[in-house]
Design a protein around this ligand. Structure first.
Ligand code: CA
Length: 221
């Protein structure tokens, strides 16, 4: 899941990048309002965490510009403690949730998962396709034989991406975009290697190869 973090407090940003990466997000970070708008318009983010007071502008303007371009990914704004006016203005400008600083990283993560679930039309925290269950908080997958398997970070992100839209064809380029941030540049072969590893866990048929086009998760056994 690609996530854009817009925050100019570098200490807070560094700790959030670490935490969110451990939670399975693929994070791009910028302290700049202008870069935030450019990235938000260009990259395929599942969610944006947006600070309001930025050195080159206001996060609310970034939000308004993104919504004007009909970009509808969930946006959580970070507001100053007690800044109720910011909250109201943020929600009016198209934010989906807010969190007042200082906050616990755990609460931020829980809210992000809830926002993404809602945007995907789900109420439960497990992704279920056929007899496969992906536990997002523990980053484990349950196979039809009832066994629980631990996944590495990349295996989890790849499987989560495929299972979040069952039956949908993802090209290798689309998967790379969801799995890696702007600083990484893996090749299509990397995706093939990870699909092979996941098939060792799930069996050969859960993921379908569409020759020359990409992959889809169909959940067959
Ligand atoms: Ca700030």
């Amino acid at each position: 899941m690609r996530l854009l973090l817009v925050e100019d407090d570098s200490l807070l940003a560094d700790s959030l990048v670490n935490r969110l990466t451990r939670e399975g997000f693929v994070v791009d970070h910028t302290p700049s309002a202008a870069t935030a708008f450019a990235l938000g318009a260009q990259e395929d983010y599942r969610i944006i965490v947006l600070d309001l007071g930025l050195p080159d502008g206001n996060g609310l303007d970034v939000l308004a510009q993104l919504r004007e371009k009909r970009l509808n990914m969930p946006v959580l704004i970070l507001t100053a403690r007690g800044g109720w006016q910011d909250k109201v203005n943020g929600l009016k400008a198209g934010a989906d949730d807010y969190l007042a600083k200082p906050f616990q990283a755990e609460e931020l993560v829980a809210r992000l998962h809830a926002l993404i679930r809602r945007s995907e039309g789900r109420v439960r925290s497990n992704l279920i396709v056929g007899d496969y269950q992906l536990d997002e908080t523990r980053q484990r997958v349950k196979t039809p034989d009832g066994k629980d398997h631990t996944l590495t970070g990349t295996e989890f992100r790849l499987l989560r991406c495929l299972m979040s839209r069952p039956g949908q064809l993802f090209s290798k380029d689309e998967l790379i975009e969801q799995l890696y941030n702007l600083d990484d540049s893996p090749s299509g072969n990397t995706i093939e290697a990870y699909v092979r590893r996941i098939r060792k866990i799930l069996g050969q048929h859960a993921i379908t190869t569409h020759r020359g086009q990409g992959y889809s998760f169909d959940g067959a056994q």
